[in-house]
Design a protein around this ligand. Structure first.
Ligand SMILES: Cc1cc2nc3c(=O)[nH]c(=O)nc-3n(C[C@H](O)[C@H](O)[C@H](O)COP(=O)(O)OP(=O)(O)OC[C@H]3O[C@@H](n4cnc5c(N)ncnc54)[C@H](O)[C@@H]3O)c2cc1C
Length: 367
């Protein structure tokens, strides 16, 4: 089957890393497209709108950024006119020792330096995408294999993808892999086969936050603020181990955002209703009667996301890993270039890392 389309550069993955790479390339008039398996852009960035168009957005993926240490993000936000606002830390935080003991502390927040993106993190994604040429992001297009048919350094690469259950072949001079290495290893095959040490290095690279579950409880009133609480909680009891004030910048609604402490295997043992019942009981223990008047609940279990998480991610530790600085960023004579936050040398795992890795990929593409 002949290739249906040829492009100089094909980027695989329309997360922040892939979209930022495409955005920079189009500024230099490069012929580049992005292939994305999901029916949406953003990857791990996901900020659904609460209550239709009426209320603001909440972050079900990344929420915090630290501008003091993240120059690339600062630059990008300033270029595309998106503002930051400070994470609410006013008021006391709570420490739940066990189901009967809650301690209250002032001036102990771990988020004094944390900021959030006004309009939700997805605003960055939407803005970058809106500035790309029409039809340069192909959604619902899952890449399954990459092939180099001739040994010549300049030979075209074939990208085999599946779109709406139909096979489709693209050809490209260069490819940017803007997805987690572990996911690349488990979902894309390479012909000729890649060296075993490359595949092992990819398998050994954990995908940051894969397997986590975030729940957001939405309210009409910020009752915790009225009780001089910041909304921030650390709990040794659970099921929610961390809670914070995740209200949108425009305060059109108020939200308590939380991380579930049970791992993916433990969550599988119960249904969503059982999990939410336990979470609401915990909010009642911590915040009292008003926590019951919840307007909406959003839940995102990233362990169920096949375009983020692999089986291996479910069995590894949730601590932030040390990402390997010495991983090879190119394959096949620089025709394949790695991007994605997990290959960033300094800020691996974070939003800043997605931009850092994209910048390195752009240098390697040498546009
Ligand atoms: C719950 C959660 C909380 C987080 N909190 C923070 C935070 O507070 N601060 C912070 O800085 N970072 C945080 N992060 C991490 C942050 O989200 C990531 O660093 C960043 O979004 C990674 O972007 P990326 O483009 O590298 O990868 P991704 O966003 O994973 O993009 C990869 C893209 O590739 C696509 N894809 C996968 N397989 C294929 C295929 N075969 N074919 C085509 N496309 C494919 C995927 O659908 C996806 O769109 C959090 C993440 C999560 C999940």
């Amino acid at each position: 089957m002949p290739a249906t389309e040829h492009h100089s550069i094909i980027i695989i993955g329309a997360g922040l890393s892939g979209l930022f790479t495409a955005w920079k390339l189009q500024q230099n008039k490069y012929d580049a497209i992005v292939l994305e398996a999901r029916d949406r852009t953003g990857g791990r960035i996901l900020s659904p709108q609460i209550n239709g168009n009426k209320d603001g957005c909440i972050d079900m993926g990344p929420a915090w950024v630290w501008p003091e240490f993240q120059p690339r993000l600062q630059r990008l936000l300033s270029d595309i006119h998106i503002e930051l606002f400070k994470q609410n830390t006013n008021g006391d935080m709570l420490y739940e020792m066990d189901a009967n003991t809650v301690e209250r502390y002032s001036d102990q927040s771990s988020h004094e330096m944390s900021y959030r993106i006004a309009g939700g993190a997805n605003k960055v994604i939407k803005t970058l995408q809106s500035e790309l040429p029409h039809n340069s992001v192909h959604l619902n297009t899952r890449v399954s294999s990459i092939e180099k048919t001739e040994p010549a350094a300049s030979a075209q690469l074939q990208v085999h993808a599946v779109k709406d259950e139909e096979s489709i072949i693209y050809s490209a001079d260069k490819i940017v892999l803007a997805l987690p290495p572990r996911l690349t290893k488990s979902s894309i095959s390479f012909h000729p086969t890649l060296p075993a040490d490359v595949l092992q290095a990819w398998e050994n690279t954990p995908t940051w936050m894969a397997g986590h579950c975030k729940i957001v409880f939405i309210y009409d009133k910020p009752f915790w603020r009225e009780n001089n609480l910041s909304g921030e909680v650390f709990s040794r009891q659970g099921p929610l181990t961390e809670i914070y004030d995740g209200s949108p910048a425009d305060e059109s609604s108020y939200a308590l955002t939380s991380f579930v402490g049970l791992n993916a295997q433990q969550r599988k043992q119960m249904n969503t209703e059982q999990l939410l019942e336990m979470c609401l009981a915990q909010l009642y223990r911590l915040f009292g009667e008003e926590s019951k008047i919840v307007k909406d609940i959003q839940i995102k279990d990233w362990s169920l996301e096949q375009y983020t998480t692999t089986e291996t991610d479910l069995s590894t530790t949730p601590q932030h890993p040390q990402y390997p600085a010495d991983m090879s960023r190119t394959l096949w004579n620089n025709q394949i270039i790695l991007a994605g936050t997990e290959v960033a040398r300094e800020h691996g795992g974070y939003i800043e890392g997605a931009l850092e890795s994209a910048e390195e990929a752009l240098t390697l593409l040498n546009p």
